[in-house]
Ligand binder design. Structure first.
Ligand code: GDP
Length: 457
């Protein structure tokens, strides 16, 4: 029998309420030992499933907290096991005292992700859905959230299962025909299989192609702002972050070093590179050096190149324009509120990238910038109606392996190889796809995936 586990499932910081979650066969025993109703008479063990109970948590005779207790009995729970959630007061000490009392009374502390792992092991979720749970928690914008929610509801599982069932049908067909050649003929079958393989390859190709969009939806578009001194880079950055409230992540312990800065533009997230450099220095090219600027530009998905329209183009501009070649870039023709020393046509004659007139001072042009980014990266609106996005690198890798195996099947058919060659590679494609939904994965991988989860999830 799996041990009954418990953890604080909400953030461990001062808040209105905190939730201590218990899951496992002994959940009802644990709660019955520490819960007292207001009148003291209620036997919580007899409570109906999916009901809420007001009362107190006691550690022996010591009153710990006033709580609401949610009783959810297996199998209709997140983990598939008996589950109890204790809504307690959200003080860090109070939550820890409740947890401590739960642990003293028969539960053991859950590992990170252990609740979701149990949901997976108990068949409540497939692996792609379990991973989506984590992505929902980490979603940085609406598109990322939509994407993860659709995966949580099983969108990835559904397409993968469809492809797999098509493959397994053919594997079984070939095997039966080889076993029973008198009754099942394979005449003309390779041509038929070739068609099927090509259709499935196309589906996989398409899914793999969504992965780069998926990654950008999930992690943000890696963006760098370049421009000569005084072009208006930090003003643009302030405008973008000011309007859209940047999420700033600090490296633990060093509150002043900004690790990453994100800008949210209605469902698109820009993951800004080296904003500290821009904010601290007058001139990104001068101070960090052209070499570093080049490096930043090379790794970026998007370059925002800020041009000061009120001064003539100079060497710096020409250097930067060279860095834009072959990259996705947008020229921000800044300071349109001033008299121009260079026109948009002048710039268009030099670079093939879109040029957008903006004024950081008067705060104009941001809408056009957003629209242009959308066009460059997502071919217009991002929709989730019937599009499945692959956002997980692990899923992409498995799909790529599966596709390679199908290509081998295709080649074997073209080369007129015996049928058992087909089924070997069909089988490996089937297994590669199985890794996505968590079939044919080893315990190590499962443990590794769930260890990345947060505590209490
Ligand atoms: P950076 O060196 O590229 O980061 O440029 P800054 O953002 O520090 O801007 C340089 C100067 O240009 C500052 O004095 C800004 O106030 C000014 N500036 C930036 N954008 C505009 C604009 O759109 N219009 C005008 N008139 N001034 C601007």
């Amino acid at each position: 029998m799996e041990k009954t586990i418990a953890a604080i499932s909400t953030a461990v910081s001062v808040s209105g309420i905190g939730i201590v979650r218990i899951s496992g066969e002994e959940s009802m025993d644990v709660i019955s030992r520490i819960y007292r109703s207001k009148g003291g008479k209620k036997d919580i063990r007899k409570a109906a499933s999916h009901t809420i109970h007001y009362g107190y948590i006691y550690d022996g005779e010591e009153l710990v907290d006033e709580v609401l207790v949610m009783i959810m009995k297996a199998p209709r729970t997140f983990t598939g096991e008996d589950t109890v959630e204790i809504d307690c007061h959200g003080g860090v000490y109070a939550m820890n005292r409740v947890l401590e009392t739960v642990l003293k009374n028969g539960a053991k502390i859950a590992e990170p992700g252990e609740f979701t792992k149990r949901a997976f092991l108990n068949g409540r979720l497939d692996l792609s859905q379990a991973e989506a749970v984590m992505d929902v928690i980490q979603a940085k914008n609406q598109s990322a959230l939509n994407c993860s929610m659709s995966q949580l509801k099983g969108s990835v599982k559904k397409v993968i299962t469809q492809i797999r069932s098509e493959l397994i049908y053919h594997i079984a067909y070939i095997e039966s025909a080889l076993d029973d050649p008198e009754h099942i003929s394979l005449d003309g079958y390779p041509e038929q299989l070739l068609k099927v393989v090509k259709i499935q390859e196309k589906k996989m190709d398409h899914l793999i192609a969504t992965a780069s969009d998926g990654k950008m939806i999930r992690e943000g578009i890696r963006t760098v702002i370049l421009g000569k001194p005084n072009a208006g880079k930090s003003s643009m950055l302030n405008l973008l972050t000011g309007e859209n409230r940047a999420i700033v992540t600090d490296i633990a312990g060093t509150t002043r070093d900004v690790l990453e800065e994100y800008i949210n533009l209605h469902g698109i997230t820009l993951k800004m590179a080296d904003t500290a450099g821009i904010r601290q220095t007058e001139d990104v090219v001068e101070k960090i050096g052209v070499g570093k600027a080049k490096e930043l530009a090379k790794d970026a998905d998007l370059i925002l190149y800020v041009v000061d329209s009120s001064t003539p183009l100079d060497e710096n501009d020409h250097e930067i324009m060279k860095m834009l070649e072959g990259k996705k870039a947008i020229v921000l023709y800044n300071k349109t509120d001033l008299d121009p020393a260079v026109t948009t046509e002048d710039i268009r004659a030099l670079v093939s990238h879109p040029v957008i007139p903006v004024s950081a001072k008067e705060e104009t042009g941001i809408g056009e910038l957003e629209e242009q980014i959308r066009k460059l990266f997502f071919q217009g609106e991002i929709t989730f109606n019937d599009q499945v996005y692959i956002t997980n690198a692990r899923h992409k890798e498995a799909l790529t392996d599966a596709l390679a195996s199908l290509k081998m099947v295709e080649q074997s058919i073209i080369d007129d190889m015996p049928e058992d060659f087909f089924s070997i590679d069909l089988m490996s494609a089937y297994e590669s796809l199985g890794r996505i939904i968590g079939e044919s994965v080893g315990e190590d991988l499962v443990n590794e995936i769930f260890s990345k989860f947060c505590m209490g999830k």
